[in-house]
Design a binder for this molecule. Structure first.
Ligand SMILES: CC(C)(COP(=O)(O)OP(=O)(O)OC[C@H]1O[C@@H](n2cnc3c(N)ncnc32)[C@H](O)[C@@H]1OP(=O)(O)O)[C@@H](O)C(=O)NCCC(=O)NCCS
Length: 231
Protein backbone atom coordinates (compact mmCIF):
# COMPACT_ATOMS: atom_id res chain seq x y z
CA UNK A 1 0.00 0.00 0.00
CA UNK A 2 1.47 3.36 -1.02
CA UNK A 3 0.17 6.87 -0.89
CA UNK A 4 0.42 10.01 -2.98
CA UNK A 5 -0.28 13.55 -1.84
CA UNK A 6 -3.17 15.23 -3.62
CA UNK A 7 -3.68 12.33 -6.05
CA UNK A 8 -7.38 13.10 -5.77
CA UNK A 9 -6.74 16.21 -7.86
CA UNK A 10 -8.10 18.37 -5.07
CA UNK A 11 -6.31 21.26 -3.43
CA UNK A 12 -5.51 20.37 0.20
CA UNK A 13 -7.83 23.13 1.41
CA UNK A 14 -10.59 21.46 -0.52
CA UNK A 15 -9.87 17.81 0.26
CA UNK A 16 -12.74 15.38 0.61
CA UNK A 17 -12.59 15.04 4.39
CA UNK A 18 -12.82 18.87 4.72
CA UNK A 19 -16.36 18.76 3.38
CA UNK A 20 -17.52 17.04 6.56
CA UNK A 21 -15.53 19.10 9.09
CA UNK A 22 -15.79 22.73 10.26
CA UNK A 23 -13.76 25.28 8.26
CA UNK A 24 -11.29 25.93 11.07
CA UNK A 25 -10.25 22.26 11.18
CA UNK A 26 -7.23 21.73 8.90
CA UNK A 27 -7.20 18.48 6.93
CA UNK A 28 -4.46 16.88 4.86
CA UNK A 29 -5.09 13.66 2.94
CA UNK A 30 -3.26 11.21 0.68
CA UNK A 31 -4.89 9.09 -2.02
CA UNK A 32 -3.54 6.35 -4.24
CA UNK A 33 0.03 5.25 -4.95
CA UNK A 34 3.28 7.11 -4.42
CA UNK A 35 6.06 7.91 -2.02
CA UNK A 36 5.51 9.88 1.18
CA UNK A 37 7.61 12.15 3.38
CA UNK A 38 10.02 10.19 5.65
CA UNK A 39 9.45 9.92 9.41
CA UNK A 40 11.29 12.19 11.84
CA UNK A 41 14.04 10.51 13.91
CA UNK A 42 11.96 10.00 17.08
CA UNK A 43 9.05 8.68 15.04
CA UNK A 44 11.39 6.18 13.32
CA UNK A 45 12.14 4.64 16.72
CA UNK A 46 8.40 3.95 17.18
CA UNK A 47 8.22 2.33 13.74
CA UNK A 48 11.27 0.07 14.16
CA UNK A 49 9.33 -3.03 15.19
CA UNK A 50 6.40 -2.53 12.81
CA UNK A 51 6.03 -4.69 9.71
CA UNK A 52 6.44 -2.90 6.40
CA UNK A 53 2.72 -2.42 5.77
CA UNK A 54 2.28 -0.90 9.21
CA UNK A 55 5.39 1.27 8.77
CA UNK A 56 3.93 2.57 5.54
CA UNK A 57 0.58 3.58 7.03
CA UNK A 58 2.24 4.97 10.16
CA UNK A 59 4.56 7.08 7.98
CA UNK A 60 1.66 8.26 5.83
CA UNK A 61 -0.25 9.32 8.95
CA UNK A 62 2.75 11.22 10.34
CA UNK A 63 3.34 12.88 6.96
CA UNK A 64 -0.19 14.24 6.67
CA UNK A 65 -0.25 15.20 10.35
CA UNK A 66 2.97 17.21 9.93
CA UNK A 67 1.61 19.06 6.92
CA UNK A 68 -1.64 19.80 8.70
CA UNK A 69 0.16 21.16 11.79
CA UNK A 70 2.27 23.37 9.50
CA UNK A 71 -0.89 24.74 7.91
CA UNK A 72 -2.13 25.61 11.40
CA UNK A 73 0.90 27.94 11.51
CA UNK A 74 2.99 25.84 13.90
CA UNK A 75 6.41 24.23 13.60
CA UNK A 76 5.64 20.49 13.65
CA UNK A 77 7.34 18.37 16.31
CA UNK A 78 7.80 14.58 16.24
CA UNK A 79 4.35 13.05 16.73
CA UNK A 80 4.78 10.28 19.32
CA UNK A 81 2.00 8.12 20.72
CA UNK A 82 0.48 7.34 24.09
CA UNK A 83 0.09 3.93 25.72
CA UNK A 84 -3.42 3.66 24.25
CA UNK A 85 -2.13 4.32 20.72
CA UNK A 86 -3.46 7.88 20.51
CA UNK A 87 -1.15 10.44 18.87
CA UNK A 88 0.44 12.80 21.42
CA UNK A 89 -0.26 16.13 19.73
CA UNK A 90 2.02 19.06 20.54
CA UNK A 91 0.81 21.84 22.84
CA UNK A 92 -2.04 23.85 21.41
CA UNK A 93 -3.19 21.14 18.97
CA UNK A 94 -5.98 18.55 18.93
CA UNK A 95 -6.32 16.11 16.08
CA UNK A 96 -6.94 12.68 14.68
CA UNK A 97 -5.43 10.33 12.09
CA UNK A 98 -6.93 7.58 9.93
CA UNK A 99 -5.61 5.27 7.24
CA UNK A 100 -7.00 2.47 5.14
CA UNK A 101 -6.09 1.03 1.78
CA UNK A 102 -5.56 3.85 -0.73
CA UNK A 103 -6.37 6.64 1.74
CA UNK A 104 -4.86 8.44 4.71
CA UNK A 105 -5.86 11.67 6.46
CA UNK A 106 -5.08 13.84 9.46
CA UNK A 107 -7.35 16.55 10.84
CA UNK A 108 -6.03 19.13 13.33
CA UNK A 109 -7.27 22.28 15.02
CA UNK A 110 -6.41 24.66 17.80
CA UNK A 111 -7.22 23.29 21.25
CA UNK A 112 -8.69 26.68 22.13
CA UNK A 113 -11.43 26.01 19.55
CA UNK A 114 -12.05 22.27 20.09
CA UNK A 115 -11.71 19.72 22.89
CA UNK A 116 -11.11 16.93 20.43
CA UNK A 117 -11.50 15.53 16.93
CA UNK A 118 -12.13 12.01 15.65
CA UNK A 119 -11.89 10.92 12.01
CA UNK A 120 -12.12 7.52 10.37
CA UNK A 121 -11.98 5.98 6.89
CA UNK A 122 -13.09 2.51 5.83
CA UNK A 123 -13.46 0.77 2.44
CA UNK A 124 -17.12 0.76 1.41
CA UNK A 125 -17.81 -2.95 1.73
CA UNK A 126 -20.03 -4.87 4.14
CA UNK A 127 -18.69 -5.98 7.49
CA UNK A 128 -17.93 -9.70 7.66
CA UNK A 129 -21.09 -11.49 8.83
CA UNK A 130 -19.36 -12.92 11.91
CA UNK A 131 -18.21 -9.44 13.03
CA UNK A 132 -21.59 -7.69 12.85
CA UNK A 133 -22.91 -8.98 16.23
CA UNK A 134 -19.91 -7.44 18.02
CA UNK A 135 -20.35 -4.03 16.36
CA UNK A 136 -24.04 -3.40 15.82
CA UNK A 137 -26.65 -2.49 18.44
CA UNK A 138 -30.13 -4.01 17.87
CA UNK A 139 -31.44 -0.53 16.99
CA UNK A 140 -28.83 -0.30 14.20
CA UNK A 141 -29.60 -3.80 12.91
CA UNK A 142 -33.28 -2.85 12.60
CA UNK A 143 -32.45 0.49 10.91
CA UNK A 144 -30.19 -1.17 8.32
CA UNK A 145 -32.84 -3.82 7.57
CA UNK A 146 -35.42 -1.12 6.81
CA UNK A 147 -33.11 1.33 4.96
CA UNK A 148 -33.77 1.82 1.22
CA UNK A 149 -31.20 0.41 -1.22
CA UNK A 150 -28.03 2.49 -1.23
CA UNK A 151 -24.46 2.46 -2.51
CA UNK A 152 -23.36 2.81 1.12
CA UNK A 153 -22.57 -0.23 3.26
CA UNK A 154 -24.43 1.10 6.27
CA UNK A 155 -23.02 -1.48 8.66
CA UNK A 156 -19.50 -0.29 7.83
CA UNK A 157 -20.56 3.35 7.98
CA UNK A 158 -21.84 2.73 11.53
CA UNK A 159 -18.61 0.92 12.40
CA UNK A 160 -16.62 3.87 11.06
CA UNK A 161 -18.73 6.39 12.98
CA UNK A 162 -18.00 4.46 16.19
CA UNK A 163 -14.28 4.32 15.41
CA UNK A 164 -14.19 8.09 14.79
CA UNK A 165 -16.09 8.64 18.01
CA UNK A 166 -13.76 6.32 19.93
CA UNK A 167 -10.68 8.27 18.80
CA UNK A 168 -12.23 11.48 20.09
CA UNK A 169 -13.60 9.88 23.25
CA UNK A 170 -10.36 8.09 24.09
CA UNK A 171 -8.13 11.12 23.54
CA UNK A 172 -10.34 13.44 25.60
CA UNK A 173 -11.43 11.13 28.44
CA UNK A 174 -8.77 8.39 28.42
CA UNK A 175 -11.57 5.82 28.84
CA UNK A 176 -12.35 2.69 26.84
CA UNK A 177 -15.71 2.39 25.15
CA UNK A 178 -17.22 -0.70 23.55
CA UNK A 179 -18.97 -0.79 20.18
CA UNK A 180 -22.27 -1.79 21.74
CA UNK A 181 -22.19 0.76 24.56
CA UNK A 182 -23.81 3.21 22.16
CA UNK A 183 -25.90 3.34 19.01
CA UNK A 184 -25.77 5.47 15.89
CA UNK A 185 -28.78 7.22 14.35
CA UNK A 186 -28.39 8.32 10.73
CA UNK A 187 -29.85 11.29 8.86
CA UNK A 188 -29.12 10.32 5.25
CA UNK A 189 -30.23 13.62 3.71
CA UNK A 190 -27.90 15.68 5.90
CA UNK A 191 -24.97 13.18 5.78
CA UNK A 192 -25.15 13.39 9.56
CA UNK A 193 -25.28 10.92 12.41
CA UNK A 194 -25.62 11.06 16.16
CA UNK A 195 -24.19 8.64 18.68
CA UNK A 196 -25.95 8.10 22.00
CA UNK A 197 -24.91 5.95 24.92
CA UNK A 198 -27.42 3.72 26.63
CA UNK A 199 -25.96 5.09 29.86
CA UNK A 200 -26.83 8.79 29.39
CA UNK A 201 -24.39 10.01 32.05
CA UNK A 202 -21.36 8.81 30.11
CA UNK A 203 -21.62 11.35 27.35
CA UNK A 204 -21.47 14.11 29.97
CA UNK A 205 -17.73 13.55 30.17
CA UNK A 206 -17.53 15.00 26.66
CA UNK A 207 -20.51 17.28 26.18
CA UNK A 208 -23.51 18.59 28.06
CA UNK A 209 -25.77 16.76 25.60
CA UNK A 210 -26.75 13.10 25.78
CA UNK A 211 -25.64 12.49 22.22
CA UNK A 212 -22.87 13.62 19.92
CA UNK A 213 -23.28 14.46 16.26
CA UNK A 214 -20.98 13.70 13.36
CA UNK A 215 -20.86 13.71 9.56
CA UNK A 216 -20.25 11.05 6.92
CA UNK A 217 -19.36 10.96 3.24
CA UNK A 218 -18.73 8.32 0.57
CA UNK A 219 -15.96 9.11 -1.92
CA UNK A 220 -14.01 6.88 -4.33
CA UNK A 221 -15.15 3.74 -2.53
CA UNK A 222 -14.08 5.03 0.90
CA UNK A 223 -16.48 5.85 3.75
CA UNK A 224 -15.32 8.87 5.74
CA UNK A 225 -16.71 9.84 9.15
CA UNK A 226 -15.94 12.74 11.48
CA UNK A 227 -16.86 14.00 14.94
CA UNK A 228 -15.67 17.10 16.78
CA UNK A 229 -16.21 18.18 20.37
CA UNK A 230 -16.52 21.88 21.12
CA UNK A 231 -15.77 23.35 24.49
C1 LIG B 1 -7.90 2.52 17.78
C2 LIG B 1 -8.90 2.28 16.69
C3 LIG B 1 -10.11 3.20 16.88
C4 LIG B 1 -8.22 2.57 15.32
O1 LIG B 1 -9.13 2.54 14.26
P1 LIG B 1 -8.86 1.74 12.89
O2 LIG B 1 -10.05 1.93 12.00
O3 LIG B 1 -8.45 0.36 13.24
O4 LIG B 1 -7.60 2.41 12.23
P2 LIG B 1 -7.40 3.87 11.62
O5 LIG B 1 -6.36 3.75 10.59
O6 LIG B 1 -8.66 4.52 11.21
O7 LIG B 1 -6.82 4.70 12.85
C5 LIG B 1 -5.56 4.39 13.37
C6 LIG B 1 -5.05 5.62 14.04
O8 LIG B 1 -5.92 5.96 15.13
C7 LIG B 1 -5.13 6.64 16.11
N1 LIG B 1 -5.41 6.02 17.40
C8 LIG B 1 -5.04 4.80 17.84
N2 LIG B 1 -5.48 4.60 19.09
C9 LIG B 1 -6.14 5.72 19.44
C10 LIG B 1 -6.80 6.14 20.62
N3 LIG B 1 -6.89 5.35 21.70
N4 LIG B 1 -7.36 7.36 20.66
C11 LIG B 1 -7.28 8.18 19.59
N5 LIG B 1 -6.66 7.85 18.43
C12 LIG B 1 -6.10 6.64 18.38
C13 LIG B 1 -3.67 6.51 15.70
O9 LIG B 1 -3.26 7.73 15.13
C14 LIG B 1 -3.70 5.41 14.67
O10 LIG B 1 -2.74 5.53 13.65
P3 LIG B 1 -1.16 5.44 13.97
O11 LIG B 1 -0.97 4.34 14.97
O12 LIG B 1 -0.53 5.17 12.64
O13 LIG B 1 -0.83 6.79 14.55
C15 LIG B 1 -9.42 0.81 16.68
O14 LIG B 1 -8.38 -0.07 16.31
C16 LIG B 1 -9.96 0.33 18.02
O15 LIG B 1 -9.22 -0.06 18.92
N6 LIG B 1 -11.29 0.29 18.18
C17 LIG B 1 -11.93 -0.27 19.34
C18 LIG B 1 -12.65 0.72 20.18
C19 LIG B 1 -13.82 1.33 19.51
O16 LIG B 1 -13.73 1.77 18.40
N7 LIG B 1 -14.98 1.35 20.18
C20 LIG B 1 -16.16 1.92 19.61
C21 LIG B 1 -16.75 2.84 20.61
S1 LIG B 1 -18.38 3.41 20.24
Amino acid sequence: MKYILEDSGLHPNNCVMSSILPHDVVVEELWGNARIDPLLAQERVLAERMNSRRQQEFSAGRAVARRAVQRLGLEPLPLLKGANGAPLWQDGVVGSITHCEQYCAAAVASNSAYRGIGIDAEPNKPLPEEVRPFILHPYEVAWIASAPASAMSWDTMIFSAKEAFYKLWSSVTGFWCDFKDGYVQIDRAKRAFSLSFQDNGRMNRLTNCHSMSGMFHLSNGIILTTVVANW
